[in-house]
Ligand binder design. Sequence first.
Ligand code: SAH
Length: 283
Amino acid sequence: MTANSTNIKKGKVILVGAGPGDPELITMKAVRYLQQADIVLTDRLVSTDIIKQYVKEEAEVIYVGKQCRRGYSTPQESINSYLVEYANEGKSVVRLKGGDVSIFSNILDELQTLVANEIEYEIVPGVTAALGAAAYAGIPLTARDYSTAVRFLTLYKSDIVTEEYWKQLAATTDTLVFYMSSETLNSVVENLVKNNIAADKLLAVVEQATTPLQTVHVTNLYEYTETLKGRTFISPSLVIIGKVVQLYEKFAWLSNSGSKEHYFKPVGKIDALTQEQQAKQAS
Ligand code: SAH
């Protein structure tokens, strides 16, 4: 593809949050932009139903998922160059991200690229996984008398949180929500227990939140070794820690699927169309 020539009007890029899984948890604005889009660059953690239902047939859908540990991942630079390339061709581009666009996503890289290339953009928020999981597990994150605030955190690498911060996290009455941390859960629990987290705070792991395959595991942190340690959680999983997790038992309204199936297909195995498009990307 060639660079923009002066007589083509640049297209616009819309950065859109698709919600956490349930395809109905998408905004009307996101739907409208998807229906208009010529190009959709989508993450892995987006329901394929959203693509099938709203994207027009002539539009091109490019899967740019990141799933580093499984060995397939689209480098951020490629995503950035797609955005520029297609916008310069005058296309209307939707960059679709799981959950909300601003929570643990690479939106900053993309915004910098768009600004540097003088490409117009808009940002459409979405329901982030923490809010989806809280709703579908019946765990109100800041329930009165249980918690006064909520923190969104991550521990995908063990050095992200400092010793001092662990002390604070163990002591706070804020609800803690950890993204991308089910594989480092042992370390999360160890650090909180080491810093004497109160025993009335519980831990919930919500697998595949808001999808028909949602499963919630709840444990006391001091019993974690017997209950959940060593378990492999199905991706994506979210961890909620705090007194509010006590409310799960009473207010859960969705039964656990207990399924080992994956709602979000692994990158590279989405469907024939995707593979064809991936081949196109690679060429
Ligand atoms: N921008 C996204 C988060 C991207 S980081 C958002 O706002 O939700 C990816 C992490 O989000 C996953 O590792 C997992 O911790 C969490 N996540 C996303 N979708 C989820 C889902 N349906 N169920 C549980 N966790 C989810």
